[in-house]
Design a protein around this ligand. Structure first.
Ligand SMILES: [Zn+2]
Length: 314
């Protein structure tokens, strides 16, 4: 062994000893790191007790760059129901308070110029069951409400908070109730078996107005429900989704479109069947073809025309 070799060996041993001696120091760790280069990396121990709170950037996904330099920042759309809404004041015609007449106001809203905003929050379905007959044309009559299934003795509930205006009996509606709601709408509940409220009584949404029935011009147990504003019927489907029994939107907007259906009704003309009338004679007198008369009235050329029946011809 030459002196040179001995010197190198001594030096290496010294470095090794020094490394061990400095194991707990920063310098020792650095030397060990250099010596262990190329070895498999050691797994880092996770400290589960000290997770850092996410940064604002991680939470929002925004960086200073895209805040400062985004040429088209997207402004989030606020849902309509969250926007502040100025609800319309009740019209002066509502100073009229009648316990007998369904429509004592004498106001037609066909072609109305204004837009009226009504708060329909807090709606409670009068009957949670399915629709048995919808709003709209029924042969030669227009159905101004919607029919909901009820069973005998089911409670019919008030739609919104309000005051009972009418509790009456009528040939068509049977036992019926009209409520004036605080939001300006009025609802009518017909064919009841029993009325459970009194005129001018305050009532809350969801409280009983009566029991479901089959009184008046009605075939089978059902609730005939109408929604009106100043006496003018509104299509119930414009307000409520009758599958979920929830209002479409918390703000109901009434405008000329809401009452445009009345113009369609006014366009319609009827021929009342007299003695000796046939489809051919009605076609000749009205100038409308037999086929069109059949289509408009849901009848065939062989249908017997009862005297007094109304035949639609426009
Ligand atoms: Zn009905």
């Amino acid at each position: 062994m030459t002196l040179k070799r001995i010197t190198i060996l001594t030096l290496l041993l010294a470095v090794g000893f020094y490394t061990d001696a400095c194991a707990q120091t920063k310098l020792g760790a650095s030397i060990r790191k250099i010596l262990s280069l190329g070895k498999a990396p050691q797994a880092t121990e996770l400290n589960y007790g000290r997770f850092q709170a996410p940064t604002w950037q991680e939470l929002t996904g925004l960086t200073i760059e895209n805040i400062l330099f985004d040429p088209n920042p997207e402004i989030p759309i606020i849902p309509e129901e969250h926007q502040f809404s100025d609800f319309s004041d009740l019209p002066s015609e509502y100073e009229i308070w009648s316990n007998t007449s369904i429509n004592p106001y004498g106001i037609s809203l066909v072609g109305m110029k204004d837009t009226i905003k009504i708060d329909v929050n807090g709606y409670h379905t009068p009957s949670p069951k399915h629709v048995t007959s919808n709003w709209g044309f029924r042969k030669w009559k227009f159905h101004y409400g919607i029919d909901l299934k009820v069973h005998k003795g089911d409670t019919v509930k008030c739609a919104w908070d309000g005051t009972v205006r009418i509790t009456r009996r009528d040939r068509g509606y049977g036992y019926f109730v009209v409520v004036r709601h605080d939001n300006g709408l009025e609802t009518l509940y017909a064919h009841l078996n029993r009325i459970m409220v009194k005129n001018d009584q305050r009532i809350k949404a969801g409280e009983a107005v009566g029991m479901g029935g089959n009184t008046g011009r009605s075939t089978g147990y059902h609730l005939h429900l109408e929604f009106r504003y100043l006496g003018n019927p509104i299509n119930p489907n414009d307000i409520v989704n009758f599958e979920t029994h929830q209002v479409h939107k918390p703000v109901l907007v009434l405008n000329a479109q809401t009452f445009a259906y009345k113009q369609e009704i006014d366009k319609i003309r009827y021929w009342t069947v007299r003695k000796g009338d046939t489809l051919g004679r009605i076609a000749y007198r009205t100038g409308v073809s037999i086929n069109k008369l059949c289509a408009l009235n849901g009848i065939t050329k062989n249908t017997v025309l009862r005297i007094g029946r109304k035949i639609r011809y426009t």
